[in-house]
Design a protein around this ligand. Sequence first.
Ligand code: HAM
Length: 421
Amino acid sequence: MANQVSAPRGTKDILPGESYKWQYVEQVFLDTARLFGFHEHRIPTFEHTELFVRGVGDTTDVVQKEMYTFEDRGGRSITLRPEGTAGVVRSYVEHSLFSQGLPVKSCYLINNFRYEKPQAGRYREFKQFGMEYIGSSSPFADAEVIGMVDMFFTRLGIGGLRLEINSIGCPNCRPGFYRALKTYFDGYRDSLCKTCLDRLERNPLRILDCKSPQCSEIAAGAPKGLDHLCGECEDHFESVKSALSGMGVKYSVNPAIVRGLDYYTRTVFEFVSDQIGSQGTVCGGGRYDGLVEMLGGKPTPALGYAGGFERLLLVMEAQCIVIPEPEPVKVFVAAVGVQAGMAAQSLVHALRRMGVSAERDTMDRSLKAQMKYSGKLRAQYTLVLGDEELTRNQAELKTMETGLTRTCGLSANDIALIVNS
Ligand code: HAM
């Protein structure tokens, strides 16, 4: 149609017939989070741009190329949230959540916005599940967080994701690693992309994360963080690995994982699928022991992760995992005639008041068409109301699956008793 406005590129409508899948995954996530003592943290969809520039890092792709930033009518620079960690940490600092005792354990289900090139599993507005564990430097905190993701996937019935872990060190061992990276990449100055030439001066770690094929090829041969860890980081990483093994969580060490955001320290990890194409990272996270302080709080260790809903659902589809469909409507009340139409309205409302889902026709359908519609809704029971039924104050309640009918009174109570038994 000429006048039609379509959805912006990179966005996705979740239609009424498929939203149950999202709700199911959300519920399993929140249930699993509860088992681990995490509570939902709801943060704003937009924040001051400075939060992400400082928090995510001004040499990252997210900040340099992907943020939806605009000036609001008050002249402030505002950015639509590209990720949740910076907002949760801002909120933690702003509300002095440490005063309630550490660790603070937040989880979230949020929509984020990144101006990326859309493709399968990559959107400009996308949904994440995630959590942040603030206040503990213990390797057991790492094990808790990684173990939670693993259990979430298991409870969804997902198998075969690869958990890859790495350590990228701390401010003590970083300088040595950065020097090694700089020396290595200096030798490729002529081949690096323009952005990476700038990164070479400001943050050579980011080159490891560049999406350009040429830079990626060069990055494959770069020095590895694991070879430059200080003793404490080494011990921490060993303990995380032992804890995971003890919990029966399978992992492999991938020294190439550095993650695309600047705040990470020590442990980083990703859950990767081979079944959904090039955007196979379903979930990623790690420690960010310096972020709370960087955003104005006291020095506080922390870690977390976030995963993409769209990718998770693609994996579930690829693995033919059946998501339980919502229960269809319990009672459909078909009505013939003006008075019966009025009675049907009162009846469905009274049934719903009693917690029984009920529907009626509002499209002026014939009785035959109403019965067909009831079938389409997969109603469990159908009640036909006409003048005669109103006079008798009784009607036939049909169990749709068996075709059996039984006579019942027209009060919501009577009907509820039958359909709930
Ligand atoms: P991230 O790696 O930028 O990390 O994103 C986490 C996950 O979100 C990705 O692995 C992917 O599944 C999904 N995702 C990212 N961008 C898109 C997109 N454009 N379309 C669809 N899905 C996408 C973070 O966001 C960190 N805040 C994670 C974290 C929390 N680290 C510590 N705490």
